[in-house]
Design a protein around this ligand. Structure first.
Ligand code: BTN
Length: 251
């Protein structure tokens, strides 16, 4: 897709960079606006969770886009973003994170980066906000007892990366990703499958209708997770339908 040049707005503090992007979209902002904050007071995670966003400890970035593709392709942007963020982290730190389907980036089974994609309609039409949080400098004390067993920062991995360096690398990879979207699907899918630690594992599928265990077989061409049940039947599940937990690890 043709990509506008990104315009970056750096803020000292905001409730959530995703919320700020949405406000900007409703005020008529053009696509390609990246909002980056030193701190978030109400950082949001997926499924209504909060995202710890201490000042200067992480990179909190959201990008506003107006992609003109059918809705079924739009939902793949989150998985594509996991690939782009993984490449950006590798570029600045030398560390190549694993991907937990659909879009968490992990190192040693602990979460290094989370992605929250939201969409809506503003005066310029259907927009997408891609929000990315990367743990840069948190200590176990910063994470606290609830998160320290399941979260990790680049500084804990011996890498010193500033928010500016991380933002620059991310914006560069996101630009390349948007130019590739959706025609380079094969490349992104191959990268995703190679790094996806969910595959080949027993997983717990959690949905409003209940909880089921299954075996994660593959990621299909729409980036849905193909799972096999004990009776041998198979099904593709989307991130909107289920939440996936590994049976042997904390995430
Ligand atoms: C998750 O892990 O559940 C997703 C976390 C996404 C966090 C980022 S930080 C930048 C952007 N602003 C937010 O409020 N959330 C996303």
């Amino acid at each position: 897709m043709s990509a506008p040049d990104w315009t970056t707005l750096w803020l000292e503090e905001v409730d959530s960079t995703n919320e700020e992007c949405k406000r900007q979209a409703h005020a008529g902002a053009a696509g390609g606006l990246a909002v980056v904050a030193r701190a978030q007071t109400r950082g949001k995670g997926r499924r209504g969770r909060s995202f710890l966003s201490l000042p200067n400890k992480g990179l909190y970035l959201s990008l506003l886009l107006y992609p003109s593709v059918p809705p079924e392709q739009l939902s793949q942007l989150t998985a594509w973003t996991a690939v782009a963020a993984s490449k950006a982290i590798q570029k600045v730190s030398g560390i190549s994170p694993d991907i937990k389907w659909p879009n968490d980036l992990l190192v040693g089974g602990k979460k290094l980066c989370g992605i929250l994609t939201e969409s809506g309609t503003g005066p310029q039409g259907l927009y997408v906000v891609i929000g990315i949080g990367v743990n840069l400098a948190q200590t176990d004390q910063d994470f606290g007892p609830g998160l320290s067993p399941i979260a990790v920062s680049l500084s804990q991995l011996g890498r010193s990366v500033t928010p500016e360096e991380m933002a620059d690398a991310l914006l560069e990879e996101l630009h390349a990703m948007y130019l590739d979207f959706p025609q380079a699907s094969q490349d992104y899918l191959a990268f995703f499958r190679r790094k996806c630690v969910t595959l080949g594992k027993e997983v717990l599928l959690i949905s409003p209708s209940g909880t089921q265990t299954a075996y994660a077989v593959d990621v299909d061409k729409g980036f849905s997770l193909l799972v096999r049940f004990e009776d041998g039947s198979e099904k593709s599940v989307t991130a909107g339908e289920v939440s996936v937990r590994g049976l042997l690890g904390c995430l």
